[in-house]
Design a protein around this ligand. Structure first.
Ligand code: ARG
Length: 378
C-alpha cells in the first residue's frame, strides 16, 4: 500500500464547530436531482412553473452556477491553508432499490454535513431517514477510504442501515400541504413527527458538537431511537436531546442552534429551544451566553430551495475569530462582526437549492484542539 504524499499529513480529528479548521470536505453540485416526494417528506411544486413536476438531473446551468460558488469557497479556504477535499458523485438519477423499497432517484452530494458526523478521530456515516438519501454515503467513500489509509488513528464507522419500510413513517403525515405550516407546527410542537420509532434514525446534521457535549435535534430526520443510539455509541459524551418549538421543518440543527465559540451560542429567535427536563439552564449554568440570531436578510428563499430563510445562520466557522458566510445575509454578518468575528463573505445563494449554505455544504475532517468539557455543571 502506498500513501500519496499529499495524504501523509492527514489527521482526522474534530471535536467542535469552531476550533481552527485544517481540513474539510466541501460538496459538489454535479449530478444533483430534483427531489421527489416520499414518505419522509412531501415537496410542494416549485414556484417556478418551469420546474413543476420535473424529475431527474437539475438543469446544467444551475449546477454550473452552484459549482462556481463552491469552487470559489474551495479556493479561498486553500489560500488560507485549509485542505479541501471533494466527494465523487455517483449516478444520482438512478433509482434507489433495496429489498424493502424503491424510490425513483437520489438527491446529490452537496450537503456533506448531512451524512458525515466527525467526532474526534471517528467519521460516522449517519443512518439518514429519507429513502432518496440511502446511498448518499457512497459519494464520500473514496475520501473516507483515503483517510483510513493515511491516518492510522482514524475510525470509520457506519450506523446500522435502516430498512425504511412503511413502518418507519406515519402514513399521510403530510396529507395537508407542507405549506400548511400551522398544522405541521402544532403536530411538531407536540413532538408528533413524520418518522416513527420503528428503528434508530438520524442525520449527521442534527448534531451540534461542543467538546464532550453533543446537542442532537429530535425531529423529522432524527427519532428518539436515533438519539439513544448516539448516546450508546458515544459513551464518553453527553448527548442532549433538543427540540425547537414553532418549526414547520424540524430538520438539521444548524439553522436553529449554532455554537460560535466557547461560551457563546447563537439561537433562532423564532424557534424557542426545549431542553430535556433539568437541562433547561445548561448554557446559563456553565456561563454560556445565548444570543438571538439577527433576522434573515431575505423574506423569500431561492427557487428550488426547500429550506427556510434561516440559512442566514448557516455559516462556516474557520476559527474562534473568523467565519465564512454568504455575502447577502447582511444582518447576520453584521451581528457576527459585532460579536468580534472577521466575516469573509462569498456568493453562495446559488448553492442553496442543492441543500443549504456553508455549514451544510461542509463536513469537518480536522480542526485543531482537544476534546474539552465546556459544560462541567450538568
Ligand atoms: N431546517 C433548516 C431550516 O430550514 C435547514 C437546515 C439545513 N441544514 C443542513 N445541514 N442541510 O431552517
Amino acid at each position: 500500500m502506498t500513501t500519496p504524499d499529499a495524504d501523509r499529513q492527514i489527521t482526522v480529528s474534530s471535536w467542535n464547530e469552531w476550533d481552527p479548521l485544517r481540513h474539510v470536505i466541501l460538496g459538489v453540485a454535479d449530478g444533483a436531482c430534483f427531489p421527489v416526494s416520499e414518505p419522509a417528506i412531501a415537496y410542494d411544486p416549485p414556484d417556478d412553473p418551469a420546474y413543476a413536476g420535473k424529475r431527474g438531473r437539475l438543469p446544467q446551468e444551475l449546477v454550473d452556477r452552484a459549482n462556481e460558488e463552491l469552487d470559489n469557497v474551495a479556493a479561498i479556504l486553500r489560500r488560507r491553508g485549509v485542505r479541501v477535499d471533494r466527494p465523487t458523485p455517483i449516478d444520482f438519477a438512478r433509482p434507489v432499490v433495496t429489498p424493502d423499497f424503491e424510490h425513483p432517484s437520489m438527491l446529490g452530494c452537496m450537503p456533506a454535513r448531512d451524512v458525515l458526523l466527525t467526532v474526534g478521530s471517528e467519521v460516522l456515516e449517519a443512518t439518514m431517514s429519507y429513502r432518496s438519501r440511502w446511498f448518499e454515503y457512497l459519494a464520500y467513500r473514496p475520501l473516507l477510504q483515503r483517510y483510513f489509509e493515511a491516518d492510522p488513528r482514524m475510525r470509520h464507522s457506519a450506523a446500522p442501515r435502516p430498512r425504511l419500510t412503511a413502518a418507519s413513517y406515519k402514513p399521510d403525515y403530510f396529507a395537508t400541504s407542507i405549506a400548511d405550516f400551522d398544522k405541521i407546527i402544532s403536530k411538531a410542537d407536540a413532538l408528533d413527527f413524520v418518522t416513527t420509532e420503528e428503528e434508530p434514525l438520524f442525520d449527521a446534521a442534527d448534531v451540534a458538537r461542543c467538546g464532550r457535549d453533543l446537542f442532537v435535534q429530535h425531529g423529522f430526520t432524527t427519532n428518539l431511537k436515533g438519539v439513544d443510539w448516539l448516546r450508546r455509541h458515544f459513551p464518553d459524551h453527553r448527548v442532549h436531546k433538543v427540540n425547537f418549538r414553532n418549526d414547520p421543518d424540524p430538520v438539521h440543527i444548524d439553522c436553529s442552534l449554532v455554537p460560535l465559540r466557547p461560551g457563546l451560542v447563537l439561537a433562532n429567535p423564532s424557534r424557542p429551544i426545549v431542553m430535556e427536563p433539568g437541562k433547561e439552564k445548561l448554557f446559563e449554568r456553565n456561563g454560556w451566553e445565548v444570543v438571538m440570531a439577527a433576522k434573515p436578510a431575505h423574506d423569500r428563499q431561492m427557487p428550488l430551495c426547500y429550506y427556510s430563510v434561516w440559512l442566514s445562520m448557516n455559516f462556516l466557522i474557520l476559527d474562534p475569530k473568523t467565519v465564512i458566510a454568504e455575502e447577502t445575509e447582511v444582518h447576520q454578518n453584521e451581528q457576527l462582526s459585532r460579536l468580534g468575528f472577521e466575516v469573509i463573505t462569498v456568493p453562495f445563494r446559488h448553492v442553496y437549492a442543492f441543500g443549504g449554505s456553508l455549514h451544510c455544504a461542509t463536513a469537518d475532517v480536522h480542526r485543531e484542539g482537544p476534546c474539552v468539557d465546556y459544560f462541567p455543571r450538568q
